[in-house]
Write a protein of this length. Structure first.
Length: 427
């Protein structure tokens, strides 16, 4: 279970082969991948009831060499045919047949005109895998693996090159994400890298068979930009944490429906914990090279965080109808993320109907949720301001201006919005 070397950083190494040799090598690798895919399709046709492992390694190598936006047409054609074959024998999650079908669906979505935020980031696939078992337990394991892989990747291939100050900031942020010490010397980086090398294989091995594939076969970058791996891994983790927060919000509402309001505060604290963890990822995301991100954004046009089902659902469970803004409804329909009635904010506003102790616990937990939500939104705003700038956003929004308009909107309305300025992206 290894992480492919980012081609953008590989090219910058001294003594790299000439461009013509690289092109010939890329063509040979793509031809080999196409042959492997075609052989897989034939093997499945000859033995439809037999489990035939898909050649993930061969295809993933090509994708990471050239990006999904620049795959050879004949390879794309073979993958589209393989997608149809896999769909006919997909099965249920978390089986390998299901994973193969969903993985190919994500990979071929640009060619079929079906690319979305979830197919690009593969966050939907990861969420489905986690929901096929004990969701919170499985999500915790998968998120640890995603973050561990992000840390390992950035310590193996440190960047960005050419900007020593930014590279140092990224290294410090990566160590902070790993829970490491404040010190940031070569010895610290080597120690954390060795810990990741030990942790990742051992943590993935006990899980269902496709768990290692969640690391080795994702992400599938659209470009060859070195920072795309960091970006997508961060998004995958953040989306999974949003789903964890959503699960606890639903559990809190179920407690109320069962007339067990004393069980609501622990779930609210769990929502706050998930948001706090998500905010920490922005320390790393803010180090993405803006020029690289411009190219990534151009290659993934039509996708964006406004299409996040997890965050839309969390906001609608907490704010009810107040979370149904027109632009978010267009991006994530109410069928996929309905508004709660009553919402969690409604329950918090009714806290006075409880005794002093429970009233205090409810308000304290709700205030913590709002603090962490606003921290996340302000950090998000800071990252967008630095990495993207004032260009139009997804879903027809005004981008940075849209985020600023909503940056002080709480989830549970425990206090009126403040005039506090958005943070610069760190937490």
């Amino acid at each position: 279970m290894t992480t492919a070397r980012p081609p953008g950083r590989e090219r910058r190494r001294a003594g790299a082969p000439p461009a013509a040799a690289q092109t010939r090598t890329a063509a040979l690798v793509a031809a080999r991948a196409r042959s492997c895919v075609e052989q897989w399709c034939r093997a499945v046709a000859q033995a439809p009831d037999r489990a035939v492992p898909f050649p993930f390694g061969a295809v993933t190598t090509v994708v990471r060499r050239c990006g999904t936006a620049d795959l050879a047409p004949d390879l794309v054609g073979a993958l589209v045919r393989a997608r149809s074959v896999a769909a006919a024998r997909a099965g249920e999650p978390p089986g390998e047949g299901w994973f193969t079908a969903r993985w190919l669906d994500c990979l071929t979505s640009p060619a079929l005109g079906r690319r979305t935020y979830e197919t690009y980031t593969m966050s939907g696939l990861i969420d489905e895998y986690c929901r096929a078992g004990a969701f919170l337990l499985r999500a915790g394991t998968v998120n640890a693996l995603l973050v561990g892989d992000l840390v390992r990747h950035e310590l193996r291939f440190p960047g960005p090159r050419g900007d020593a100050a930014l590279a140092a900031r990224r290294a410090t942020a990566v160590l902070h994400l790993a829970g490491g010490p404040a010190a940031d010397g070569p010895a610290d980086r080597e120690r954390v890298l060795k810990e990741c090398e030990r942790f990742l294989p051992s943590a993935a091995r006990p899980g269902p068979g496709v768990l290692p594939l969640l690391l080795s076969a994702t992400p599938l970058p659209a470009t060859t930009e070195p920072d795309e791996h960091l970006f997508v891994r961060s998004v995958q983790s953040m989306e999974l944490l949003a789903s964890v927060a959503e699960a606890h919000a639903r559990a809190a509402l179920r407690r109320h429906a069962a007339k067990e309001d004393a069980g609501i505060p622990p779930h609210l604290h769990a929502v706050a914990d998930a948001l706090h963890t998500a905010s920490r990822l922005f320390r790393v995301v803010i180090t993405i090279d803006p020029a690289q991100f411009d190219r990534i954004r151009a290659a993934t046009r039509g996708t964006g965080a406004l299409q996040s089902r997890g965050f839309a659902s969390l906001e609608r469970l907490c704010r009810g109808a107040g979370g149904l803004r027109p632009e978010t409804v267009e991006a994530v329909s109410p069928d996929r993320a309905p508004a709660a009635r009553p919402s969690l904010a409604d329950l918090v506003r009714r806290a006075d109907t409880h005794g002093d102790r429970l009233r205090g616990e409810l308000r304290g937990a709700a205030e913590r949720v709002d603090r962490e939500w606003l921290r996340w939104k302000r950090a998000h705003y800071g990252v967008v301001r630095k990495v993207i700038g004032g260009v139009p956003g997804t879903g027809g929004t005004r981008g940075l201006a849209y985020l600023r308009q909503h940056v002080n909107t709480p989830l549970l309305d425990t206090a009126p919005p403040t005039a506090e300025k958005p943070a610069g992206g760190t937490t």
